[in-house]
Design a protein around this ligand. Structure first.
Ligand code: CA
Ligand code: CA
Length: 116
């Protein structure tokens, strides 16, 4: 399947983000989440992206945002974000299906809460 422009851009961003410690990326997620709802709206998401890349224009960032917003609620949740950045993030062990796993929501939300 052909990748969407948002996915291509995201893959580049993902490579940059993965160079950082996972705990630092989680702290950053919390920092840009100004209203503390563990969801990034477009403005919050752009602030996060700006920490990693400043050679992208608004439409590129919006395309990435749309790619990450799997359920289309105009917010990028911690699950949507970390599930894409770290394909194995919600896995309990190696060797499992590496796709986005909605059943891991509970685990993911707890994980994010524990950063505090
Ligand atoms: Ca938010
Ligand atoms: Ca969403």
């Amino acid at each position: 399947m052909k990748k969407s422009p948002g996915e291509v851009l995201f893959t580049k961003l993902q490579e940059k983000i993965q160079k950082y410690k996972q705990s630092d990326v989680m702290k950053l997620f919390k920092n840009v989440d100004k209203n503390n709802d563990r969801l990034l709206d477009l403005k919050e998401f752009i602030e996060l992206v700006n920490n990693f890349s400043n050679d992208l224009d608004q439409s590129d960032k919006k395309a990435m945002f749309n790619f990450l917003d799997v359920d289309g609620d105009e917010k990028v949740s911690s699950v949507e974000f970390f599930g894409r950045i770290y394909p194995t993030f919600y896995e309990e062990g190696p060797g499992k299906d590496k796709s986005f796993i909605p059943e891991k929501y509970e685990y993911a939300l707890k994980f994010i809460q524990d950063i505090n």
